[in-house]
Write a protein that binds this ligand. Structure first.
Ligand code: NDP
Length: 342
């Protein structure tokens, strides 16, 4: 059995979902209540591969909300993730993806050192961040959708916002090795980590967001921002492809401007319907078929009986592992989402 640990994007979102799912006692509550709410299994999932194989999974709602980080309720945020992991393990789940901010909190607050949760000794090999598959899917989206919107990669400047992150750095490595892009722009706040990445790649210009955005033909958004930022489309090139892989989204506004194409990043489509309701809750356009690539990674590991923390730690994603997860992804009928809005 596979598992998905997820969270909602804001307190407002959580309240409306609680109402929809029939948890009225959660619906009218403020952040303090969510800080003390325990994790819950709220969905049972069946997935069929195009090979005919069927697997079953569970969605564990951690009850973490991004506002907990913004309001410095760090202890509550870390407890949410660790308790959700213990909950998944207690229910016998073999491999569980840590979706959205779950893996970011795990890493940033060094939760590896908390291995005992009440009577459960956490077995970290039962968890994966799902970031290898996410990075792979984002790269394929860059390659395939750029062609679709008339951007020639060999003449393109690609900006990666969140370049030094786990996903961002893997995207930079893959694009460098597998494409003939003209220029790579690296965006993040910490200059030391940016310089280390630039050294590792042997290329890439370090620029601020304000400097980079107007120069880019393609922007890959993978920054860990608890709240999205406003983008002024008149500052962007035309055509420009914006691939937003953030969860919550890095871009807070719906960008509608001639020549600016927006794509939901790190999303896969499955070839067959999935029996679940969780993707309706996160407002996916085609909820029976579309899902976050990190969640799909735990499904792939379950299909392949690869019970190992395939993606773990930070900046450990190799090109070989991206290729491997890409092969398995295709084998079971997943493909990158390629539909842009413009
Ligand atoms: P990491 O924490 O590893 O990296 C985050 C990156 O963002 C770092 O480079 C960080 O650098 C940068 N960053 C953070 N805040 C800002 C800011 N305000 N301005 C510029 N750069 C910033 O995160 P991950 O790589 O694990 O995840 C990245 C995003 O992808 C998250 O939004 C996450 O929720 C999402 N995600 C999506 C998945 C999917 O399936 N679609 C799966 C997993 C994650 P610095 O701190 O130096 O600024």
């Amino acid at each position: 059995m596979f598992g998905l640990i997820g969270h909602l994007t804001s307190l407002e979102h959580a309240q409306s979902v609680a109402r929809e799912l029939g948890y009225p006692e959660y619906a009218d509550q403020g952040l303090d209540f969510w800080c003390s709410a325990p994790p819950q299994i709220v969905d049972t999932i069946k997935v069929t591969s195009v090979t005919g194989q069927q697997i079953e999974g569970r969605y564990v709602e951690s009850c973490f909300l991004p506002e907990m980080l913004a309001s410095r309720r760090i202890k509550a945020a870390t407890r949410k993730i660790i308790n959700a992991m213990a909950h998944a393990q207690k229910h016998g789940i073999h491999i569980t993806a840590l979706g959205g901010f779950s893996s970011i909190i795990f890493e940033n607050f060094n939760l590896q050192q908390i291995s005992q949760v009440r009577n459960i000794k956490l077995e970290f090999e039962r968890f994966t961040t799902g970031n290898t598959h996410t990075a792979y899917i984002l790269c394929r989206q860059v390659e395939q959708v750029s062609q679709q919107v008339g951007i020639n990669l060999s003449e393109a400047t690609i900006a990666v916002c969140g370049a030094t992150g786990d996903i961002g750095s893997a995207v930079c490595r893959w694009l460098d090795a597998n494409t003939d892009m003209k220029e790579l722009l690296l965006i993040a706040r910490n200059q030391e980590r940016l310089q280390a990445l630039q050294e590792e790649l042997g290329r890439g210009k370090i620029l601020s967001m304000e400097e980079a955005l107007p120069q880019a033909d393609i922007i890959v958004w993978v920054a860990s921002m608890p709240k999205g930022m406003e983008i002024d489309p008149t500052q962007l090139k035309q055509p420009c492809l914006l691939i937003d892989g953030g969860y919550p989204k890095n871009m807070s506004n719906l960008v509608k401007h001639p020549g600016v194409h927006v794509l939901n990043g790190g999303i896969v489509e499955h070839s067959l319907d999935i029996d679940w309701r969780i993707m309706t809750i996160v407002n996916m356009d085609a909820p029976a078929r579309q899902l976050f690539a990190c969640f799909a990674e735990s499904m792939l590991l379950e299909f392949e009986k690869l019970y190992t923390n395939f993606s773990w730690g930070r900046n450990q994603i190799t090109l070989e592992k991206m290729d491997l997860i890409g092969q398995v992804s295709r084998k079971h009928g997943f493909r990158p989402l390629l539909t842009v809005s413009s």
